[in-house]
Ligand binder design. Structure first.
Ligand code: PMP
Length: 386
């Protein structure tokens, strides 16, 4: 690392794996062809895109490569999935079901359909662990529902949703099921066949790939209309010259996971549990957010009563962490995810998100635990002066 800090913000983004960079470099230099061109450099670029598409398809258990549509990231994939499917299904109805804890890009896409296209949107709540009850999804459906969008794993509290059970509810009605899987894909948790989802959004920079590239998994036969039209690239669903080096990087990052060339999630979970146990022990009153078991292995969302998380981070210049999701940072509003699981505004403001990944070391964990404990203790006023 060029930074001195201990990086505990892997849910915001992950460092590029050097093996991924190596595979990208030729496509940033001499392999510069446009994959749509018929000559040798173009064919070489097209072959690289084909290979990357296969690798991403393998990572998520897609049946055929054309089911992967490359986009600029999960934000774009979410917009394409939600707007594209809703508009294509308009003759069948104008109702969408989503949840209260979705990423802002999902909520924004739904809101836009409501504001400009007359759709109605139902936002289903979650329990105190951040789980959507499949029965609540079933209860929200109407004869006009055309799309259900439920994220796979949350970006703040990392709770994993019961998508297989939800797809059993949507499938018999012919309702498309979309999931924002930006946070879960890199853990090898997204298997579109097992989960029964029709659309899934992904982002390479959450799995040690490059930024600015992602994909939408689109099950064959799912109705959709393109949102960016022009040159007909990506099976006509996303026009624009493909970002070949980034696509190659996404494929390389996916292949590292499917070929078991990265530390196991179990190892990372053990490090997370070490950090969690240490902080729960040294900071009485601290509580863990999210589901204790159905949670991403690298996430630790902690509420530290009586502490402003921003003050705590100010006292921790050696640690790069977050008070909530990176996307919420700066707007001053308490996180909609934390309030949805029942935290008060004060509790939400007292919440720290620590997220680790394959580059986190044992030493990082030990040092971070000591530094956080020390900084938190300096902020907690002794009872006599309270
Ligand atoms: N969805 C979730 C759950 C995310 O965590 C993120 C990244 N913060 C996104 C969508 C957006 O991804 P991208 O940065 O690739 O647009």
């Amino acid at each position: 690392m060029t930074h001195e800090s201990i990086y505990l913000d892997h849910q915001a983004t992950t460092p590029l794996d050097e093996r991924v960079l190596e595979q990208m470099l030729p496509y940033l230099t001499h392999e510069f062809g446009n994959p749509s061109s018929a000559h040798a450099p173009g064919r070489s670029a097209a072959q690289a895109v084909r290979s990357a598409r296969r690798r991403v398809a393998e990572l998520v258990g897609a049946k055929s490569d054309p089911e992967i549509v490359f986009t600029s990231g999960a934000t774009e994939a979410n917009h394409l999935a939600i707007t594209g499917t809703a508009l294509a299904s308009r003759p069948h109805g104008g109702h969408i079901v989503t949840t209260a804890i979705e990423h802002k890009s999902v909520l924004a896409a739904c809101q836009r359909l409501a504001d400009h296209h007359g759709y109605t949107v139902t936002r289903v709540g979650v329990d105190e662990h951040g789980r959507v009850r499949p029965a609540d999804i079933a209860a929200a459906l109407t004869p006009h529902t055309v799309l259900v969008s439920v994220m796979h794993a949350n970006n703040e509290i990392a709770t994993i949703q019961q998508l297989a059970a939800i797809s059993e509810i949507t499938r018999p009605h012919g309702i498309a099921l979309h999931t924002d899987a930006a946070q879960s894909t890199g853990w090898g948790l997204l298997n579109v066949s097992e989960l029964g989802v029709d659309l899934a959004s992904m982002s390479a920079h959450k799995l040690h790939g490059p930024k600015g590239i992602g994909a939408l998994y689109l099950r064959g036969g799912t109705p959709i209309v393109a949102q960016q039209t022009g040159g007909g690239q990506e099976h006509g669903l996303r026009a624009g010259t493909p970002n070949v080096p980034a696509i190659v990087g996404f494929g390389a990052a996916a292949h590292l996971i499917t070929s078991n060339a990265v530390p196991s999630p179990t190892h990372i979970q053990a490090l997370r549990d070490q950090l969690q146990n240490h902080l729960l022990h040294t900071l009485p009153g601290a509580t863990v957010n999210g589901h204790l078991h159905q949670r991403l292995p690298g996430n630790l969302s902690l509420t530290l009563p009586g502490i402003e998380a921003t003050d705590l981070l100010d006292r921790l210049p050696g640690i790069a962490a977050s008070t909530g999701s990176a996307c919420n940072t700066g707007n001053g509003e308490p996180s909609h995810v934390l309030t949805a699981i029942g935290l008060t505004r004060a509790q939400a403001r007292a919440t720290l998100r620590l997220s680790i990944s394959r580059t986190t070391t044992d030493t990082d964990i030990q040092q971070a635990a000591t530094l956080i404990t020390h900084a938190a203790n300096t902020l907690i006023r002794p009872a006599s002066t309270a």
